[in-house]
Design a protein around this ligand. Structure first.
Ligand code: ZN
Length: 274
């Protein structure tokens, strides 16, 4: 199994250090030798896109992905709005130089899974030409089934692979997040299938705590929970994936900490437990 020996493949999601602005995140990550950054859209709201790009460039950051697009389900009006919002996200990604947008695909209570899936497929197809024209890729992120009520009807790696294969575009692939997928018996096979199709676009890490108190905002640092992160990373790398390992942690506990101390903990957990 390959071991992580340096920070060259480390990327941090700005949401992980939520108290920091984009400017602070760029400066603090860069000062530690971390160049990968995945940008959450809310961090772009406080300054112009040109200024955001300058912050990234001035600190030598490599923008890996923009989070997030998606939410393609709902009423006709909801779906029209989703198309507009996703196009706006594509414009933002192009403006700051981020090659990929992660899609949280959506689910609407009261609709069947099939209805949701049909709407997601139509929603992706509605924005894909716009993404292609801007040279921005879209990554379907299958979520854990506990989010199947309101966040994503796509809850397994197989469902994400099926969707990407049906639509069949070089600009549509899959984002693998260990938090959402660790429990799947067929995960290794589905990751291999994804890689064979050149659909494996990005890889997210964190951990699943046994004493989780909040299913959204109590993710663990790598090594703090039960996910076989190293093994899953190996399966991902076995497909030929050579992109970043993206640390994406929503945690009220860690957001309340001194973020400089927390960044040290992230680096330590990344080097030793990922
Ligand atoms: Zn993720």
């Amino acid at each position: 199994m390959s071991e992580i020996s340096d920070l060259s493949k480390l990327c941090i999601h700005t949401i992980t250090t939520k108290p920091w602005s984009l400017q602070q995140a760029c400066e603090k990550y860069s000062a530690k030798g971390i160049k990968g950054i995945s940008v959450w859209r809310e961090t772009l709201e406080t300054q112009s896109l040109a200024d955001s790009k300058k912050m990234l460039d001035d600190n030598g950051m490599v923008p890996v992905s923009l989070i997030r697009g998606g939410f393609f389900t709902g009423s006709e009006q909801d779906r029209q709005e989703a198309t507009d919002i996703n196009k706006a996200a594509i414009d933002e990604a192009a403006a700051i130089g981020t090659p990929l947008i992660v899609l949280v695909c959506g689910a609407t209570p009261g609709q069947s899974v099939k209805e949701n899936i049909t709407q997601i497929e139509a929603g992706i197809e509605a924005v894909l030409p716009y993404a292609e024209a801007a040279n921005i890729k879209l990554g379907i992120e299958p979520l854990h089934p506990m989010y199947g009520d309101t966040r994503s009807a796509i809850v397994t790696m197989k469902m994400a692979n099926d969707m990407a294969e049906r639509i069949n575009s070089d600009f549509l692939g899959v984002t693998v997040d260990v938090y959402h997928l660790w429990w799947e018996l067929e995960l290794e096979q589905e990751i291999r299938r994804c890689g064979k199709n050149d659909h494996l676009f990005s890889f997210h890490i964190c951990d699943w705590k046994l004493d989780m108190t909040d299913m959204l905002q109590d993710r663990g640092l790598m090594g703090e929970g039960i996910i076989n992160i190293k093994e899953i990373r190996q399966w991902v790398e076995n497909t030929g994936f050579s992109g970043y390992n993206e640390v994406e942690i929503f945690s009220k506990i860690y957001w309340a900490m001194d973020q400089d101390d927390y960044l040290e903990m992230i680096i330590e957990a990344y080097l030793n437990k990922s």
